[in-house]
Design a binder for this molecule. Structure first.
Ligand code: CTP
Length: 406
């Protein structure tokens, strides 16, 4: 389940592109995430993918005929469009985009689009020439100016065999945009939240690094959930294999010193900072220019020097500037979990610390966390998914931001 999608009524408009088969993936993912998905299709789309496929995935009737829309008030476009939280047209052909720009309503998708006042997200898919044509450019601009959100097509292999811009955007990217659009006006709207995620890598030489096991999943979940609650998010990612999420500012900072610069540069107008990154405390005193050769010796001694503690730097900066901001830290511990986390909460002047016992904290899908608030209660959470834990942490931030900061 994804909180912002749960019980939302999404109308998915499918039009006649070869990418119409990908609508099955969209319908399925949105349904599994908790949304109620009603599919409307053009007749052309129904030649690429059967309504039965989409009905089976959404467990709801699919509309393909504009006359059926008008005739059947139960599933008619009036009921569909007006009850919708969002209309997603994916894939959107050049032809449908032109119809939407003109306000035509001669098929089930365009008729629904004309009637609804729900936010409109469009994911175009077409040959490059059509996408680049002045008519399409104008139509897309017109729709964007009216408030439609356009998920630009990707560059890549096209059905014609050519390569260029026009491929339907990745489904995860489309869903990101849907989530962000539904989340506008959420309880973090107008707030800026900076999140760090992943591990850091400190180079020894051109081929080797000192790294850690952090996957970045927790920080990414926090950034995505904050975006879904309406926040302006800056995600600063260390090392991670995760996909770059849409709908936020994204920076990479692989080394602790780079991450420190990125954090200090981003928090000047932030309402909250969440340091979920696993920052290396030490780095090799020097990164060798050439690869270290093993030679004849049996041991190698590396000299390490201390990295800056980013949260302590943030504390110093706040003391200097009196910038009011909520700061959340993490503590992954192998022993004395609560005592160590409480000591970090005090030393780094945090508002909340999320204490995780190692090894559960790295790479796993469930979190066994204790949330410790400064001067407040300590909550031992049941095992939660990273998304569920992210929502708890963001709920804390949203509540704190509604009360005046000390
Ligand atoms: N952190 C930081 N800068 C560092 C190290 C850690 O800002 N150089 C942040 C982490 O992102 C986390 C919190 O501080 O939110 C606690 O990190 P942790 O590694 O558990 O604590 P340390 O202070 O490094 O203490 P120790 O390694 O001795 O447990």
């Amino acid at each position: 389940m994804i909180r912002v999608l749960k019980d939302k009524h999404i109308v998915l408009g499918v039009t006649g592109s070869i990418a119409a088969f990908k609508a099955a993936g969209l319908a399925s993912q949105l349904t599994q995430a908790g949304a109620n998905v009603d599919v409307v299709m053009t007749r052309e789309a129904a030649q690429f993918i059967t309504p039965l496929t989409l009905e089976s995935l959404t467990h709801r009737p699919v509309v393909t005929d504009v006359m059926a829309l008008l005739a059947n008030s139960e599933i008619g476009h009036v009921a569909l469009g007006r009850g919708a939280d969002l209309l997603l047209v994916a894939p959107a052909t050049a032809h449908t985009i032109a119809k939407l720009a003109l306000g035509l309503a001669d098929d089930a998708v365009s008729a629904t689009a004309l009637d609804t006042r729900a936010p409109l997200v469009i994911a175009p898919a077409m040959e490059t020439g059509m996408w680049e044509h002045a008519a399409t450019r104008e139509n897309v601009q017109k729709l964007a100016a009216r408030g439609a959100v356009v998920v630009e097509p990707d560059v890549g292999h096209l059905a014609s065999g050519a390569s260029g811009q026009g491929r339907l955007a990745e489904l995860d990217d489309i869903i990101d945009v849907v989530r962000a659009t539904l989340g506008r006006g959420g309880d973090l709207a107008g707030r800026k939240i900076v999140v760090t995620a992943g591990g850091t890598q400190e180079p020894m030489d051109p081929v080797r690094v000192i790294a850690n096991h952090s996957s970045g999943k927790m920080g990414f979940a926090l950034a995505e959930c904050a975006r879904d609650r309406g926040a302006r998010v800056t995600l600063i990612a260390g090392t991670t294999a995760l996909r770059t999420p849409r709908g936020m500012e994204f920076m990479t900072a692989k080394q602790a010193c780079e991450m420190q610069d990125a954090v200090l540069g981003s928090i000047t107008d932030a309402d909250a900072l969440i340091m979920a990154a696993a920052v290396a405390d030490f780095r090799p005193a020097r990164a060798e220019e050439q690869k270290i050769k093993k030679g004849d010796t049996d041991t190698l001694t590396l000299q390490l020097v201390k990295n800056p503690d980013i949260l302590r730097q943030v504390k110093a900066w706040r003391e200097q500037t009196h910038h009011a901001m909520i700061v959340v830290g993490f503590a992954a511990e192998t022993q004395d979990l609560v005592a160590n986390a409480q000591a970090k909460l005090q030393a780094k002047q945090l508002d909340l610390i999320v204490a995780n016992p190692v090894p559960q904290s790295f790479g796993s899908d469930k979190e066994q966390a204790i949330l410790i608030e400064r001067g407040g209660p300590m909550r031992e959470m049941p095992p939660l998914t990273k998304e569920e834990l992210a929502e708890e942490i963001l709920g804390f931030i949203a509540k704190r931001l509604q009360t005046p900061l000390l």
